[in-house]
Design a protein around this ligand. Structure first.
Ligand SMILES: Nc1ncnc2c1ncn2[C@@H]1O[C@H](COP(=O)(O)OP(=O)(O)OP(=O)(O)O)[C@@H](O)[C@H]1O
Ligand SMILES: [Mg+2]
Length: 490
């Protein structure tokens, strides 16, 4: 198209409204902090320090790194929304994509974003985005201001090179709280604890390999590995290459609760809890993007909670996997969905087996076989649950019935009521809906007819009309399933 034929008009984004819009991208505070740390890792930092100080409305949070830092021009460029083109190729270890994260993550949480930075042997520089100032002037202008400048200048002077990102007016998490509001403080500390857990998860591979140390209020953050690879009872599935070998998938079935210590079990539940953490874990350049999500392929259910599956992507597939600005969404390309689903199906089956096997068993003595009271069995294509006739309780009750039939029957009924295998039935129903048999389906139905006619005779002997006796019987379970037997009653 030849643009020279056309008149043009300038339509520069309106600064005040545009920058407020950045606030609405929908970051959680933990995702926002992680996005800032991405930049530290891309800048080859070895240490990252997350610090904060509770001061009510004036609470601040800082993220410091000892990466290569920036000079004045680079910092101004970094502060620009859209500082890099998303279509540009990135180095294989770069965690960025859109040239937005620093700004959008920060503005999602605070109204003042300050950055102070230093390249080795160069002078220290700082700039601040202040949303109130942008609102006043309507201009995309940074101000050369640094809050608490003595403190942060002193901190950066201790580094050869590095960067500190500082958030002030953290209005999303800290509203108009006073510094002596203890309940607000408690809530704030709880949120910070969530942030710490999130970082331990998102960057666990970097922490495990010693590429980076993250300090949270001066305490070293320990990696949280979703796959419990250090436990011998964890079952790893073979890794499979996908997408011409650019993507790798590897599934794990975590150990049953009884095979690990209580502490390990508690820790393995992760930031969101056992049930929530099942599913795919998508890593992009070793950084976890998505933690525990079945990508719309399956529902999260209690009995699949031991299944966790890692997927590894390079950043060259960002567009195909629809990576979002927040680095918290990824969607597999359609062509891969079936493969992922098939692989996940195998892992899920094994996860159910582990969950169930132990779920059904009581602690075993060595060399002794577990004796179930209920056994699963199949008639035709339907599943039923049957009482194990050889069970020692049943044997005892049978003996008792010879002398005290009333008590024996009560005891039997109690045992049945208390031990109905609800969990196993629930799992079966979820796995194969409609596969449960109906009473007396596909088997000899003589006992039903016999019981029906005994009750019928009793009702008629009591003076009920034949019509009424039949109506009563049809309201009794399980006779309601067998209306066609009524005709044999006369
Ligand atoms: N801690 C840091 N140390 C060195 N350079 C940094 C640091 N933080 C940001 N930068 C520079 O600023 C640029 C912009 O960062 P920003 O997070 O906004 O975008 P990005 O990382 O390029 O992409 P994305 O939007 O995907 O995060 C980075 O590309 C990097 O060059
Ligand atoms: Mg970034």
């Amino acid at each position: 198209m030849d643009y020279s034929h056309y008149k043009t008009a300038s339509a520069i984004p309106e600064a005040a409204s545009m920058i407020e819009t950045f606030r609405a991208i929908g970051y959680s505070i933990e995702a926002a902090v992680a996005d800032v740390i991405d930049n530290s890792i891309s800048a080859t930092a070895k240490n990252v320090y997350v610090n904060f100080e509770w001061k009510g409305v004036q609470t601040w949070l800082s993220i410091k790194d000892d990466g290569h830092g920036m000079n004045n021009d680079e910092l101004i460029q970094a502060m620009r929304p859209g500082s890099q083109n998303p279509l540009a190729d990135r180095s294989v270890s770069d965690l960025g994509r859109f040239g937005l994260g620093l700004k959008t993550a920060s503005f999602s949480q605070c109204r003042k974003l300050s950055v102070i930075s230093k390249r080795e042997n160069q002078e220290t520089v700082f700039w601040t985005w202040d949303l109130d100032f942008v609102n006043q002037t309507g201009k995309w202008d940074l101000i050369n201001y640094l809050p608490d400048s003595e403190k942060f200048e002193a901190e950066i002077s201790e580094l050869k090179s590095g960067t500190i990102v500082i958030w002030n007016d953290i209005d999303r998490v800290v509203k108009n709280f006073r510094s002596d509001d203890d309940r607000a403080l408690e809530k704030f500390l709880f949120i910070m604890e969530q942030v710490k857990k999130h970082l331990a998860m998102v960057f666990h591979r970097f922490i495990e390999t010693g590429k980076i140390k993250i300090y949270f209020q001066d305490r070293l953050v320990e990696a949280w590995n979703p796959f419990l690879t250090s436990e011998t009872a964890t079952q790893g599935f073979p890794a499979e290459p996908l997408h011409n070998g650019k993507v790798t998938i590897k599934g794990y079935v975590l150990p049953h609760k009884s095979k690990i210590t209580e502490e390990v079990f508690k820790n393995a539940e992760g930031p969101k809890g056992w049930n929530e953490q099942q599913g795919f874990y998508i890593y992009r350049n070793e950084r976890l993007l998505l933690a525990g999500d079945w990508l719309g392929m399956f529902r999260k259910e209690e009995h699949y909670k031991l299944a966790r599956i890692g997927i590894d992507l390079p950043n060259s597939l960002d567009a195909e996997w629809q990576i979002d600005i927040k680095k918290s969404v990824a969607r597999p390309p359609l062509v891969l969905r079936e493969q992922l689903k098939a692989y996940a199906g195998q892992v899920r089956n094994q996860a159910v087996a582990v969950y169930r096997h132990r779920g059904k068993n009581v602690r075993q003595l060595p060399g002794q076989k577990f004796v179930p009271l209920w056994v699963e069995h199949k008639r035709g294509d339907r599943w039923f649950y049957k009482i194990n006739r050889d069970h020692s309780v049943i044997e005892e009750i049978r003996k008792q019935a010879e002398t005290e039939p009333g008590r024996a029957i009560s005891l039997l009924l109690r045992f049945i009521e208390e031990t109905v295998p609800a969990k196993a039935i629930y799992i079966k129903e979820a796995e194969e809906p409609e596969a449960m048999g109906k009473p007396f389906e596909a088997t000899n139905q003589e006992p039903i007819r016999e019981a029906m006619s005994q009750i019928y005779v009793k009702l008629v002997n009591e003076g009920k009309s034949e019509e009424i006796a039949k109506a009563i019987i049809l309201n009794i379970e399980p006779f309601n399933h067998f209306p066609h037997f009524l005709e044999f009653l006369d």
